[in-house]
Design a protein around this ligand. Structure first.
Ligand code: ATP
Ligand code: MG
Length: 555
């Protein structure tokens, strides 16, 4: 692809490497990246960073981007995960030409290449158990011990390897190991395992194979077969790179360049798939797509947008050193995006009834409200106003602290898009709790057209009682109370007990009854919300709070 040109030199160090490669014509002008998930869990926001990076590079250089399942471990992998991953990658907007690739499709080629290494005297069948191999690996200061099986003849190795493949041996009885250097300062080079015997059914190849390649052996093969140019992975693979290079050099095949970058870690979040699986299995959350999960499916259900996640990936950038990213940056990106196009609405989460005593019974006015102050084209809508309304309980205080500008006994407040009202009487129940307010309104203060120039300090939202629709509203907060739960010994003890608050009788502006599943809104003063895609029905509306309007955790 000759039209590939320098994309954006300042973007990050990987772009600099690629720009240099294009200058020296290292790959004949090609740029080809991939995202290689193991289908053993749902994707999380860390994976999103990797997808945005790899896909972004392909897009910026007019190159190609592959979605490839690294499905080399039959015991933990499932089709459910494959399907969810495809959906998530598509949703994020990464274009893989609808070509879903599987490492398991390359098992035959990998086997042939392993045979080739045996023939070159570069691999051997070893009878040591996993424990024995570990015990003879040596230490940082001492070399490992060579396996007694290391010097088997090529013929014997070929025959044993074939028998491994044919299922002649039980799990763990033998491995195929690369013959490199037991004294290498890099542990990964001390005769690493290439194949294990595992009699397990694979989600795609069924029972065809009873030997499975290790990550280190398989990954470079996969990249090479697909013609990847830049194999981008996280930092923990940095000292696997010599092995990646060694395998491909021995085979003399297409040899992509591995480049490492720092993985994303988010505070107040756990990101390892093992921990996320535990949260799901032990029912700390309601499935992989629980809106509190840092999974892409959880974020989607919560109302996050792919644009916002991509912007977040841009903001945090790509580094060479691990760090902990503040989750408020992600929340900022979500707000910033939703603010641009979320339709505004009035919704009262914790209703307090207000009767406008001087407003005619049975009268209804349709008042104009702005749909989105950020976007004049979004236009206006009509909101019904009547004698009985709901306001937020928290917008009335009997004994207000200094500086409280909302409703107080005898005080005045403006109802958004409507009138100024005055609190005349406070009605309480037998327990002394405020259950209703009797107010008067001033007809001269109608928003926009009123003749009065009366001014009040506070404006509050409201809904008309008889027009309001009932909804369940779910308020989410961070799932953990500590910054770095993964570092805590008993990380499960740091789950935020208030990470979900369910409000069952919220009162919403009537037009919201036509909201579609997943549709997003700003409930004025309360945050951004979306219709829950799972639990919301025609008969029971369920809204999720996507994010608050301000960073509520900021000190
Ligand atoms: P875990 O260790 O939590 O199980 P993983 O990294 O092993 O996750 P994979 O399915 O192998 O999960 O990951 C697919 C790709 O996503 C890899 O290239 C990996 O480097 C990348 N990736 C995984 N986690 C992160 C992260 N937190 N930040 C950036 N990239 C990540
Ligand atoms: Mg992995």
């Amino acid at each position: 692809m000759s039209e590939n040109t320098t994309a954006n030199k300042s973007k990050n160090f990987i772009y600099e490497i690629i720009d240099e490669d294009l200058k020296t014509n290292k790959w004949g002008g090609k740029v080809h990246t991939r995202f290689p998930p193991e289908p053993n869990g749902y994707l999380h926001i860390g994976h999103a960073k990797s997808i945005c990076l790899n896909y972004g590079i392909a897009r910026d250089y007019n190159g190609k981007f592959n979605l490839r399942f690294d499905d080399t471990n039959p015991e933990k992998e499932e089709t459910e995960y494959v399907e969810s991953i495809i959906e998530d990658v598509k949703w994020l907007g990464a274009d893989f030409r609808n070509e879903v690739l599987f490492a398991s499709d390359y098992f035959d080629q990998m086997y042939l290449w392993a045979v080739e290494l045996i023939k070159k005297g570069k691999a051997y069948v070893c009878d040591l158990t996993a424990d024995e191999i570990r015990a003879t690996r040596g230490t940082l200061t001492e070399p490992g011990k060579e396996s007694p099986y290391r010097n088997r003849s090529v013929e014997e190795n070929l025959s044993l390897f074939e028998r491994m493949k044919n299922g002649d041996f039980p799990d763990g009885a033998k491995t195929l190991r690369a013959k490199i250097d037991m004294a290498s300062p890099n542990f990964n080079m001390r005769d690493p395992i290439m194949y294990r015997i595992v009699h397990a059914e694979h989600h795609r190849t069924g029972n065809k194979w009873c030997i499975y390649p290790t990550y280190d052996w398989a990954h470079g093969n996969e990249d090479s077969i697909e013609g990847i140019t830049h194999s981008i992975c996280t930092l923990e693979f940095e000292n696997h790179r010599p092995l990646y290079d060694w395998f491909l050099d021995q085979l003399g095949v297409h040899h992509p360049q591995q480049i490492e970058f720092a993985r994303l870690n988010l505070n107040y979040t756990v990101m390892s798939k093992r921990k996320l699986l535990q949260l799901v299995q032990e029912k700390y959350v309601d499935g992989w797509d629980d809106p509190r999960m840092p999974t892409i499916s959880g974020f989607r259900r919560r109302g996050y947008t792919p644009e916002a996640i991509r912007n977040f990936a841009e903001i945090i950038g790509v580094a060479k050193r691990d760090a902990l990213t503040d989750i408020s940056l992600l929340e900022y990106a979500i707000r910033d995006d939703l603010n641009k196009y979320a339709q505004r609405a009035m919704a009262v989460l914790k209703p307090l009834k207000v009767v406008i005593t001087n407003y005619l019974e049975g009268q209804v006015e349709e008042l104009e409200a702005v749909n989105n102050p950020e976007n004049p084209e979004a236009g206006k809508r009509l909101v019904p106003f009547s004698r009985e309304l709901f306001i937020e309980q928290s917008d009335f205080v009997e004994n207000p602290p200094k500086g409280f500008h909302r409703l107080v006994p005898g005080g005045e407040v403006r109802l958004r898009y409507a009138y100024i009202i005055k609190c005349e009487e406070v009605i309480k129940n037998a327990n002394g709790e405020v259950v209703e307010l009797h107010c008067s309104y001033d007809p001269e203060t109608k928003s926009g057209t009123g003749t009065s120039n009366k001014k009040v300090k506070g404006t509050i939202h409201w809904v008309s009682a008889k027009h309001a629709i009932d909804a369940e509203v779910r308020l989410y907060d961070r799932l953990f109370t500590v910054e770095n739960p993964a570092f805590e010994e008993n990380w499960l003890q740091h789950i935020n007990p208030n990470s979900l608050e369910v409000i069952r009788n919220a009162k919403l502006e009537p037009f919201l009854k036509n909201a579609k599943k997943g549709e997003r809104f700003q409930f004025e003063r309360n945050g951004y919300f979306c219709v829950d895609t799972k639990d919301s029905t025609e008969h029971k509306f369920v809204f999720n709070r996507t994010v608050t309007l301000k960073d509520s955790w900021k000190k």
